[in-house]
Design a protein around this ligand. Sequence first.
Ligand code: HEM
Length: 421
Amino acid sequence: MAENTQNQAAGGAPAKPKPAAPGAAKSAAPVAAKPQAPKTEAAPSGVYKPPVERAEANPYKDAKVGVVGSWLQERFYVVMPILDYLKKKEVPRHRLSFWYYFGGLGLFFFMIQVITGLMLLQYYKPTEAAAFSSFVFIQKEVPFGWLIRQVHAWSANLMIMMLFIHMFSTFFMKSYRKPRELMWISGFVLLLLSLGFGFTGYLLPWNELAFFATQVGTEVPKVAPGGAFMVEILRGGPEVSGETLTRMFSLHVVLLPGLVLLVLAAHLTLVQILGTSAPIGYKEAGLIKGYDKFFPTFLAKDGIGWMIGFALLVYLAVVFPWEIGVKADSLASAPVGIKPEWYFWAQFQLLKDFKFEGGELMAIVLFTIGGVVWLLVPFFDRQASREQKSPVFTVFGLLVLAFLLVNTYRVYAEYSALAPH
Ligand code: HEM
């Protein structure tokens, strides 16, 4: 800050600003009430005036940038040190670097969700009477409406899949270890919010499958103490109805996007500040092959991943379209094989396995405890925080992964023969 100290004199501040005497602020108050002399004049004696610190108008004026760049620099020079800092960020290259792409892919599919979601909003009508027909209209009448809808539905699934891969890969590389605890916590909150997006979006087409799946899903808290109240809050009444649709819609397009943007900003800021970690012991064992500058090298590599992701997305959207189904009818009986979206199958199977007296509550409690332990894992794994290998936590992660995969497969095997997705 040597520059700023020099500039004090240039800023017209008194050469030796008097330090504030104890009680000076009090005694200054009546003076302040009187008509003031113009600001440029020296302050009345006894009134503390902080030294004026002026930064160089544009410390980057000699940098080689275009006309627009220098125009922006002159106005936003305060952020230049941040940009300089970001330019220094590097990503280690080693045999597990491949896994670093999945966070970026999650981000890419989230951006697709925002863009296609805004497009769908131009035609979608969130009422019990019009929701289903507006979906049919988007699918059949709006030019390329079918494509936008299919891309939105597929990108949601791919985003959640990328987030699961990202979460487990960061878990097994112990990237949550000190000082990255908040990266892990903010990431886990992002996963929960993304699951919330999936749950609330599922009802929006107002078709039969979504209607009954939401009925089953919103009933889950009922067995917990105070759960009936929770169910009413979720549904906007005792049953799934048009009120539920309004709730799910507002959560899906206002509350959840707002929260995701806030938490995502924190997550990505931390990624930039703390940088990308390498697995424990890699540096010492000489397994790091080199470093890529994040801007532009790694970002360009991320871009290649995004292009592959986009190609896959369009392929899936065109070749495997999601059905619209038939309009929901609350008086009809539930069709066979009602199940939630695949990312809830593990919990769904656990609830089915605990179908004895008090079992459902036990399943909810177990799942909640498991979730809290998972969230706080960076604080439990003290060894990793000391840069020591922690095989116990690797086994724990493998058990969690096996539980999710086995239960998901069990639902798939049981239901795939019964009903369409
Ligand atoms: C919308 C959701 C998410 C987005 C967009 C996102 C994005 C990213 C990006 C771009 C990175 C840097 C590159 C990389 O290592 O992949 C990253 C790093 C990280 N993320 Fe996420 N993430 C999300 C969710 C999660 C989840 C669910 C977790 C775990 C519970 C998580 C934990 C982490 C950790 C620990 C790192 C640091 C990796 C390291 O330093 O090696 N993130 N995230």
